[in-house]
Ligand binder design. Structure first.
Ligand SMILES: [Zn+2]
Length: 121
């Protein structure tokens, strides 16, 4: 949420910030950035649901294929260096292996479905 100079919520700036964050997650303009029709299937978690034929985004209804290792196969997966996301977790710090911060996002609305720190490779 973006705040105005008087520290109250700025809806227009918040919307612009949210759109920018969503673009960053999938490296393109979201097709349905404001969600839209919610999926009715059986909720798996706050972001995905089981529907006939696989998994769907609960925010926009977009199809996400099947789950593989807990991640929908159609999700946009991005990995970033951990120090950018979680300072202090670089190799040689608390751990002895290189870690990455992996996010999985809906390709249609760019909702972040999953985020995890994993061993690189
Ligand atoms: Zn979606």
């Amino acid at each position: 949420m973006a705040l105005s100079a008087d520290l109250t919520a700025d809806p227009e700036a918040s919307r612009a910030l949210r759109t920018q964050v969503r673009r960053t997650r999938i490296d393109t303009e979201p097709v349905s950035p404001d969600g839209g029709a919610r999926t009715r299937g059986t909720p798996i978690d706050a972001n995905i649901a089981a529907v006939d034929g696989g998994i769907a985004c609960r925010h926009c209804g977009g199809g996400l294929g099947e789950l593989r290792a807990g991640v929908p196969v159609a999700a946009v997966v991005r990995e970033r260096p951990v120090p950018d996301a979680v300072p202090g977790m670089a190799a040689g710090g608390y751990v002895d292996r290189e870690l990455v911060f992996r996010t999985s996002s809906c390709p249609d609305c760019a909702t972040q479905i999953r985020a995890e720190v994993v061993v690189a490779g």
